[in-house]
Write a protein of this length. Structure first.
Length: 206
């Protein structure tokens, strides 16, 4: 009896958490991260305001759950985009194109990944940090083929630099910054950037 009640309690908590994540995700899609309000989330989720703080501690932690879901969805799309038995250069192009597509289609959720800041002194939980790893891990096998001379640490560093270059172009464009490339040429400019990067990334013979 007690065991069944325990399961029911856990199931209810899991259901509440999912409803809160769904609601926060919908609010971010509609209003952006800056427009996210706890009361709007709980109203959409159909629960009391206090339930949010019992389920996830605070609104910041709820955003981490939304961001983890976004990262998992992004990771899935990047893996699907990997062309089978393609040359490393073509694989890099496919990954960059898929990244830009995902960011464009999920603009507010994607921007929330990089705009959200935890309060000073609060560290992100390990489970959330691990979810960020997909952004780099998906690049490593292909970069390893382009630069077989690099050890693991150097390869990870190069993957971070490569990601940052593509990400920066996408971010400035989607934010409509003056220096950002226009949306209608974003994909072609990213392709040009990746072409230049992969030429530079390939190991040169001694």
């Amino acid at each position: 009896m007690g065991h069944e009640m325990g399961n029911t309690r856990e199931e209810k908590r899991a259901d509440l958490l999912k409803r809160l994540i769904d609601a926060a995700e919908a609010e971010i899609i509609e209003h952006g991260l800056a427009g996210l309000k706890a009361r709007a989330v709980t109203t959409r989720a159909g629960c009391a305001l206090g339930a949010l703080y019992n389920a996830v501690q605070d609104l910041d932690m709820l955003v981490l759950h939304v961001n983890s879901r976004t990262l998992n969805n992004l990771g899935t799309e990047l893996r699907i985009a990997l062309p089978p038995k393609a040359a490393p250069v073509d694989t890099m192009q496919a990954l960059a194109s898929a990244y830009a597509d995902f960011a464009t289609r999920n603009r507010n959720l994607w921007i929330a990944l990089f705009e959200h800041r935890l309060p000073p002194g609060v560290d992100a939980p390990d489970w959330h940090k691990k979810d960020h790893a997909v952004l780099i891990e998906v690049l490593l096998p292909t970069l390893g083929k382009l630069r077989p001379d690099l050890d693991k640490d150097a390869l990870i560093l190069r993957a971070r630099t490569t990601f940052a270059a593509v990400h920066g172009v996408v971010l400035l464009s989607l934010q409509g910054r003056f220096v950002g490339v226009p949306a209608d040429v974003l994909k072609s400019e990213i392709a040009a950037l990746v072409t230049a990067m992969t030429r530079g990334l390939q190991a040169t013979p001694e």
